[in-house]
Design a protein around this ligand. Sequence first.
Ligand code: ARG
Length: 464
Amino acid sequence: EGVKLWGGRFASGPAEAMAALSASTHFDWVLAPYDIAGSRAHARVLHRAGLLSDAELDGMLTALDTLAEDVASGAFTPTIADEDVHTALERGLLERAGDELGGKLRAGRSRNDQVATLFRMWLRDAARRVVTGTLDVVDALVAQARRYPDAVLPGRTHLQHAQPVLLAHHLLAHAQSLLRDVGRLRDWDARTAESPYGSGALAGSSLGLDPEAVAAELGFASSVDNSIDGTASRDFAAEFAFALAMLGVNLSRIAEEVILWNTAEFGYVTLDDAWATGSSIMPQKKNPDVAELTRGKAGKLIGNLSGLLATLKAQPLAYNRDLQEDKEPVFDSVAHLELLFPALAGMLGTLTFHTDRMAELAPAGFTLATDIAEWLVRKGVPFRSAHEAAGECVRVAEARGAGLDELTDDELAAIHAELTPDVREVLTVSGSVSSRDAKGGTAPPRVAEQRDRLVERAAAHRAW
Ligand code: ARG
């Protein structure tokens, strides 16, 4: 038999199917430590408002300590009759403090302001775990960028060979987007650091309780300005789900490339055995399952965001029971990411890159054509004509199955008067890469600077 929160008005308890539909302890029990922290803070403001004596406050805090220990040890667990985590813990408190004292804690609060507050607390802690995991992936990318400072590969647009770039530059591009995901979670955290506790069911409390004191004790920067908003809004949950979905999408783009790079056709990488799987029938197979699961989970994260937004849409103010559906999608996104981070960091950090293969492909497909055009521009030729001349170089070379660096002096001269044989100086991959030396470019010194700045920012995020 659970605690009846609304005994007075009702002659009978809920029907069995009603209780089964209503129950949430199978997922909201993770909020229990936060609920107890909220109860401690609430007991203190009741005491300060003169609604608990010194002795009652002592008794209440002692009972809450015992309850916290019993929850942590597993000695106290919810039952089917408890409905939700808040009700279960109220039963636990009444069992420990007695009905008389335990019954005083509910004054001036509602499960509506409780759950809105505890959910924010859980998410704020989860955000820190997600940041740590994301930084582990960033570290793996940076380690590879350091391991292969000079390796080149054909940079691509439209998946076609475009211009040669440093592998380190490419890997750091992924790290940049992950650091923005981290930044997004930190921005989100600042917005979410407002405590709804004290909002009551929706209208606030008449008992002279101090919401700012509760907020401070629970680690919030302040309490909410509007009790209706405090209990009804879940944009913090949707924004969190978005930040995780975006992160999932960014991880998925890395994963997709690893999958491509690991094919026989690309042949850029070999996966470490510890981070690959075999086939039950084809003995030769070594599959990139970590990358594929990363790609797959991004879909779940997007779905969790969409589902939550659909739940929130069209809910009138203030609290509606629909809001109980807010927790599972974000809990699920966090759980999937926490599984993913160590595996993805492990897989990325142990990739072997085949730098010869990548170097061989770097100039293929006339990726140095832009270098001819820009070389002509540096000699004073207008870019329009330079672009056309470089295009003609490609056409002539392609027609006789040669590379751009294999065009004869005569062929060059026939294409454009300014195309003297010394153009071949820029017709090497390393010459091309080194020439892109403005900030943000792929020249090795610029990439090293970029890496150092990124490492500094990552370290600052670690200290969050
Ligand atoms: N378990 C509910 C939730 O997660 C909180 C309880 C509020 N219930 C209510 N009937 N007002 O949103």
